[in-house]
Write a protein that binds this ligand. Sequence first.
Ligand code: G3P
Ligand code: CA
Length: 275
Amino acid sequence: MKKAIVIGAGLVFSLLLSPFQQAFAAETTGELRKVDNVAHRGAAGYAPETTIAAFDKGVEMKADYIEIDVQRSMDGELVIIHDTTVDRTTDGTGSVKDLAFGQIRSLDAGSWKGEEFKGEKIPTFDEILDRYHGKVGILIELKAPELYPGIEAQVAKKLKERNLDKPQNEKIIIQSFNFESMKKTNSLLPKVPIGVLTSNRAHITEQALKEFATYADYFNPSYGIVSKELVDQVHSLGMKIQSWTVRSQEAADFLLEMNVDGIITDYPDYVDPRK
Ligand code: G3P
Ligand code: CA
């Protein structure tokens, strides 16, 4: 369950690294720390978010994880879409929770991003698990779970059916902005790492972080509230930290310098020091 750390052999090793890699080598020991590269909504900078095209692109770009948003259709199918309506990213309208799966599935989720993506569909949670588990990590966000009573148990069932509720070298993580939902998920899936999402500074007090650490393995803030002190504090409480959403080289460089464990980005190529 520990993050991969590549240990170099001091100066000799560091001279073998590219200048870009050397920038991230520890000054004293030649240690090169690996940061998890998380393709946000797939590689959403390059393909229509949360479609197979975007997730495949994330894999092709050698992301360590794809990040998905899980919601539920009116008739109970778990689907992958970020917004709680289909309006922005498809040719349809309406709330995800008020549309039947057949209606959701008939929508074009690609054309808004470019003609070459015409015909991309909204994927199901089943499809994502079956297509990607074992190939790439999956950072599962329960999006607005308060709209979908019982979604935690439904997600847990899907993971258990595939034996993905066992320790998976942290390649399956579940996160949400809804903390009660994450407490519930932790009790349903005690071996699956849990993350809490926030952009609220009220959640980075010592008291708040200690409370998160009672059930969460990851504290995942927006990068606007990240500092070295926060990263150290999160680590000292035994949690890891993945931060979002990187859409510029500067933001990626900032988070690398802050020593976060994962960078959640629309552009995986801004992050990967192995390139
Ligand atoms: O994974 C973090 C990030 O996805 C949270 O924000 O709005 O993109 O779901 P959002
Ligand atoms: Ca998300």
